[in-house]
Design a binder for this molecule. Structure first.
Ligand code: 4AD
Ligand code: MG
Length: 466
């Protein structure tokens, strides 16, 4: 009788006594004269299934070809395991080799596989226990995000990746063009003639789906986007990617407080989802790298986030400096906070996540709602232990005149923003939103130290391999 393949995750939950077929990659092979043991993993779980093979004339030639990394199928009886570590194992009656694995050249054979080294073999690192765990967590979290918003009635809106506007106004955009770079068309003034380009104008990869998100929110009520985001900032830090994923909810009739409430609830929900559904992988990462991981995750779920005005935050940091705390970057009212400042507030001063609001308008984007003081805007950054900024958002400037004035003040080109300004012309409404950096969330949930290790194929300055 033909037996169908069962995934390792399910095999480990089955009762002994049945014939099964498992398929996967060999993690280890060991044994003695009579018996061989293979630990087989198929990616469905961090755990392996143990295969027990009686050495005999039929099996020996096959066993000789099997080494770490090889891909095999194993038929046999699921039996109770006498060894520790697992309840059941497979007593093999037949083995098929799908792909051998050269034991000399296989890069994961080495004992010392640092994260730096593994990034150079990012095409194979999913085969390691650590990256298997991280990518499963990444997938689970993506699902949890969709689940959260759908259960709240938000509409998933797809915003474009190719755009002509710079939402954050930071000019850190990757240009999209089909112009011949060896022979760029120029107009009479000598400037590049973008009318000859594919879209007939200058375009880039998006730095945020927010502006289009606002179009959705001011019609559908509550929307979210979840997609790739691109920033051409030359930041070689453990927290920046040139290509990352962002989740951006945008809600009509939410003020800044509603926005903060949603952000706090959202992130707590995601962390509890991970604790509830992904404990095998989290426990593995915690045992291996970060003994405090589980406690840190639990504490975020159970604690109330601090809500603090930027001005108060600056006072605390200035006080800290007076008391001898050293920061690399200056602290003064008006300064853009660096991650050292954010982490001081979160890790040292409060010992819990902080939502900072009321930032100086000069250091924030044009679309944020201006406060009556004329100096600050209704921005909110959610700051997390070990990470710093994990969420950035705001209430939006809903007033046409004020928005236009700010655009002029900043010397922005209105030309490709008129469609956006229309939201304030036609039935404008109070609204708010925020962006959660997906990889920053994953840094927190996995306890990893470097953002390059929570995305399968990281793009950073001078690195777009694989
Ligand atoms: O604070 P940011 O720049 O906010 C926006 O883009 C808004 N338009 C969001 C909104 O209100 N809809 O980015 C939001 C988040 C940051 O808090 C951070 O978590 C993440 O995106 N982020 C990055 N993650 C990885 N690499 C980078 N280079 C990132 N830049 C921002
Ligand atoms: Mg920000």
């Amino acid at each position: 009788m033909e037996i169908v393949r069962t995934k390792v995750k399910d095999l480990l939950k089955m009762e002994a006594g049945v014939e099964v077929l498992a398929k996967g990659w060999v993690r280890t092979k060991r044994g003695n004269k009579e018996i061989a043991f293979i630990a087989l993993n198929d990616g469905s779980t961090i755990k392996n299934i143990q295969i027990v093979i009686d050495k005999n004339e039929a099996m020996n030639p096959l066993l000789a070809r099997i080494s770490t990394g090889a891909c095999i199928g194993v038929r046999g009886k699921l039996v109770e395991s006498v060894g520790s570590g697992q309840d059941v194992e497979i007593k093999a009656s037949g083995i098929e080799i799908y792909g051998e694995c050269d034991p000399v050249r296989y890069p994961l054979q080495k004992k010392d596989t640092s994260f730096e080294y593994l990034r150079t073999v990012a095409h194979l690192r999913p085969r390691t226990n650590t990256f298997g765990a991280i990518y499963r967590l990444r997938s689970q979290m993506a699902f949890a995000i969709h689940d959260y918003f759908h259960s709240k009635g938000f509409v998933y809106l797809h915003t474009p990746l190719i755009t002509e506007s710079d939402c954050e106004g930071a000019g850190q955009m990757f240009q999209v063009t089909t112009l011949d770079l060896e022979n760029i068309p120029r107009n009479k003034k000598g400037n590049i003639d973008f009318s000859k380009d594919f879209f007939g104008k200058q375009t880039s990869l998006t730095v945020s789906g927010q502006l289009e998100g606002e179009l959705g929110a001011t019609a559908l009520g509550e929307i979210y986007t979840f997609g790739p985001t691109f920033r051409a900032e030359n930041s070689n830090t453990p927290r920046h990617l040139a290509e990352f994923w962002m989740i951006e909810p945008e809600m009509a009739f939410y003020d800044i407080k509603d926005n903060m409430d949603l952000a706090e609830d959202f992130i707590k929900h995601l962390v509890s989802y991970a604790l509830e559904h992904c404990m095998d992988d989290i426990q593995f990462l915690s045992d291996r790298y970060d003994p405090e991981l589980v406690e840190r995750l639990k504490s975020v779920v159970s604690t109330e986030f601090v809500r603090l005005e930027y001005t108060e935050g600056i006072k605390i940091l200035e006080e800290a400096k007076k008391n001898g705390v050293e920061f690399e970057y200056p602290v003064f009212w008006g300064a853009d906070l660096q991650s050292e400042h954010e982490r001081y507030l979160v890790e040292k001063h409060f010992g819990k996540p902080v939502i900072l609001t009321g930032y100086p308008k000069e250091i924030k984007a044009f679309y944020m709602k201006q406060n009556p003081d004329g100096k600050t805007v209704r921005a909110m950054d959610v700051l997390f232990p070990k990470i710093g900024e994990i969420i950035g958002g705001s209430e939006r400037e809903a007033d046409l005149g004020k928005l236009e004035a700010r655009i002029t003040e900043l010397g922005m080109s209105r030309q490709n923003l008129e469609w956006y300004i229309d939201t304030r012309r036609f039935g404008s409404c109070p609204h708010s939103g925020f962006g959660l950096g997906f990889e920053r969330l994953l840094l927190f949930i996995t306890g990893m130290q470097n953002i390059r290790d929570v995305i399968p194929f990281p793009r950073t300055p001078k690195n777009a391999e694989f």
